[in-house]
Write a protein that binds this ligand. Structure first.
Ligand SMILES: [Zn+2]
Ligand SMILES: [Zn+2]
Length: 179
């Protein structure tokens, strides 16, 4: 793999992972490496991951490495390139369109779009903003649907909330995109 291509991968991997609502731990388990290695790699330490593991990561995350060329600008989601805000916050209301739902397997994850604002209340729905992980209490550092420290989802989809879960998610995603 060309060095220039390798250098593009950490950002792409992070963006794809967040987009798909996969935790660093889950990803590490899927490709057989340590969560700390994924964390270091996403932090820009390309050498933290073996080349063969990059290939597995690309496969798991549906990244087409052969389509990457040193000159082409990779498609990177806004969440991946946006500089970290001084405070990371997420609306505590799962129905709020500032949280975009994703289905991963049989679970639903919520990805904050950053439109909830950064005060104490959500700018969209008025709900309290989550600024620390409800599971481990660690301050949120990176925008994402799961805690960067313990890896648990920050928002839960209430069990039995609706029978048509897929339909609900589709509607909620549309609402979120129109925001
Ligand atoms: Zn809200
Ligand atoms: Zn946590």
């Amino acid at each position: 793999m060309k060095q220039e291509i390798l250098k593009q991968l950490p950002k792409l991997i992070r963006a794809a992972r967040l987009e798909q609502g996969i935790t660093q731990i889950d990803l590490a388990n899927k490709v057989g490496c340590k969560q700390s290695a994924i964390s270091m790699m996403e932090g820009g330490r390309v050498e933290a991951i073996a080349e063969a593991t990059y290939e597995k990561l690309a496969e798991v995350l549906n990244i087409n490495i052969s389509a990457l060329t040193p000159v082409s600008a990779p498609i990177i989601t806004a969440a991946a390139i946006a500089p970290l805000k001084p405070e990371v916050a997420m609306c505590a209301n799962f129905q709020c369109p500032s949280n975009k739902p994703y289905i991963v397997g049989s679970d639903i994850y919520f990805m904050p779009t950053g439109k909830s604002g950064f005060s104490n209340r959500c700018a969209i729905c008025g709900e309290i903003l989550i600024k620390v992980c409800p599971h481990c209490g660690v301050k949120l550092q990176t925008p994402g649907g799961c805690c960067g420290h313990c890896g648990k989802p920050l928002l839960e989809f209430p069990e039995g909330y609706t029978e048509d879960v897929v339909g609900w998610v589709e509607q909620a995603r549309i609402q979120s995109e129109q925001l």
